[in-house]
Design a protein around this ligand. Structure first.
Ligand SMILES: [Zn+2]
Length: 311
């Protein structure tokens, strides 16, 4: 082959590659656009307790993870007004495992979101449950919240001062259809540090005790079918054991769940929430089209609550 022929061949292949690279860029752009779609992105929020007023807000780091009640109520009202669908852990599992292509159309129309509350704080009963009842009466819509509970730290009848809720309180929220009770391990241990036997105990005893507490209210055993790793800590071994007893596993990594890139049901990402985040920043975490004007339509205003916190 002469030099000129070589040159021609080279040029020819170069030209041929150009449309190919353009189409790859096009595909990537389409993928990015599609991946931002409500049909593929499902926000799963991770709260802890719900603090009632400014006096409860302290400077201790541990307490910063609790969310102010008024802000939470405004956030929930925003979600109701914007027609969000409050997923249970089983709803999300059904969506993720669905092979039906029409599921994307359903999700576009219904805007799914999951609200989860970890560690079983009593304020999820004393502060959150009344809000859920009030909003149900006002809008005739039931908000489902997922509670990831450690049954080893539940309050018993004699521990009035416990910061945690007890079995009776869990049962009440379940009976009324607001709570979806799931497992967070028996005693909130970092599972990656436990030997196999202890690890299995944390997983299995947690499931047994939660189901024992709710057995008559939960004939289908939906309670404690899904798991949130304490501290979000997991590895291959932990994941393997969780998969033996549970249908899915939740992280705590401040990432958005994207159905297109989720690798498996045992690595469901959650957005972390702390009290320093305003309602606006909370919404902007998952709603890129959020218009802050719409929040002014709500009956409760964000500003007074914020200035209260600073006092
Ligand atoms: Zn936790």
């Amino acid at each position: 082959m002469s030099n000129s022929q070589n040159h021609q061949v080279f040029n020819h292949s170069k030209n041929k590659n150009l449309p190919l690279s353009l189409s790859i860029i096009f595909i990537i752009i389409i993928f990015i656009l599609v991946s931002q779609d409500t049909a593929t992105v499902i926000p799963v929020l991770g709260f802890h307790g719900v603090i009632s007023n400014q006096n409860s807000i302290t400077q201790i780091d541990q307490d910063k993870m609790h969310y102010p009640r008024k802000n939470l109520e405004m956030f929930l009202e925003y979600l109701i007004n914007n027609d969000y669908w409050f997923l249970s852990s089983q709803d999300l599992y059904n969506i993720l495992s669905s092979k039906n292509p029409s599921i994307s159309q359903v999700l576009k129309k219904r805007k799914p979101i999951m609200l989860s509350f970890d560690d079983g704080y009593k304020t999820v009963y004393t502060n959150l449950l009344p809000i859920l009842k009030r909003l149900e009466n006002k809008y005739n819509k039931k908000i489902k919240v997922v509670l990831f509970i450690n049954p080893g730290t539940l309050a018993n009848k004699n521990s009035i001062n416990s910061p945690n809720l007890g079995c009776e309180e869990l049962r009440e929220g379940l009976r009324q259809g607001f709570y979806d009770i799931q497992s967070h391990g028996l005693n909130h241990k970092d599972l990656t540090r436990l030997r196999d036997k202890r690890l299995v105990k944390e997983l299995l005893q947690s499931q047994n005790e939660l189901r024992k507490c709710t057995h008559d209210l939960d004939p289908d055993k939906k309670v404690a079918s899904h798991f949130a790793y304490p501290y979000g800590a997991y590895n291959l071994r932990v994941k393997k054991y969780v998969a033996k007893y549970y249908l899915s596993g939740y992280l705590y990594n401040n990432k958005l769940l994207n159905r297109n890139i989720l690798r498996n049901y045992y690595e469901i990402p959650r957005l972390t929430v702390n009290q320093l985040e305003s309602v606006k920043t909370l919404i902007e975490k998952f709603d890129t089209n959020f218009n802050s004007k719409s929040i002014k339509l709500l009956s409760i205003k964000e500003k007074p609550e914020k200035s209260k916190i600073k006092q």
